[in-house]
Design a protein around this ligand. Structure first.
Ligand code: IMP
Length: 175
């Protein structure tokens, strides 16, 4: 099998995560309750780096979703809630932290889910965005990198559970 090819180095990622944290710090400087909601599994490394780079107080929640297919959300955009957050997010400033926005179905599902719970504010942050694959419109507030339409692994992202712990982000050839 061909080896993953580097798209973003660990240094590039670290620099961008630090600048996202600066922007987020500024946005939430007077927030009374900021909640970062990491979308499992892919966001766990990004979330842990981002959260540690923030200076504003915040708490962390996780949510897990899966598509009805095994990979991206399916063509119909169906998304399944596998694990919900533990605490109520009503009246909190909620920031959804995603690894990658591909078709956008997952993020649309999540924003609708959280909007219905009465947060004080709701914003979205994704490390990666594939604009070419977009099927639904999402207002993305923070985007780390826009990438081409390739399957990427590393820094939390996987292909069939492989390559998640690579320190960089790599593309792999279509399987
Ligand atoms: P969407 O609903 O199509 O935007 O898909 C979002 C989810 O699909 C992400 O949270 C990932 O779990 C998965 N995904 C989409 N593209 C990739 C990729 O290139 N590498 C790894 N996972 C991906």
């Amino acid at each position: 099998m061909e080896q993953p090819r580097e798209l973003l180095s660990a240094q590039e990622i670290a620099k961008r995560v630090a600048s996202l944290a600066t922007e987020i710090d500024q946005q939430y400087v007077s927030s009374r309750e900021l909640v970062l909601v990491g979308v499992l599994k892919g966001s766990f490394i990004f979330l842990s780096d981002l959260a540690r780079a923030l200076t504003v107080p915040h708490r962390i929640e996780f949510i897990a979703v899966s598509s009805y297919g095994d990979k991206e959300s399916d063509e119909a955009g169906r998304v399944k809630l596998v694990m919900d957050v533990r605490h109520d997010i009503a009246n909190a400033d909620v920031l959804i932290v995603e690894d990658i926005v591909d078709t956008g179905h997952t993020l649309l599902y999540l924003t609708r889910l959280f909007e219905a719970r009465g947060p004080r504010s709701l914003r979205t942050c994704t490390l990666l965005h594939k604009p070419a694959r977009k099927r639904v419109e999402n207002g993305l507030d923070y985007v780390g990198f826009e990438i081409p339409d390739v399957w990427v692994v590393g820094y939390g992202l996987d292909f069939a559970e492989r390559h998640r712990t690579l320190p960089n982000i790599c593309s792999i050839p279509p399987q």
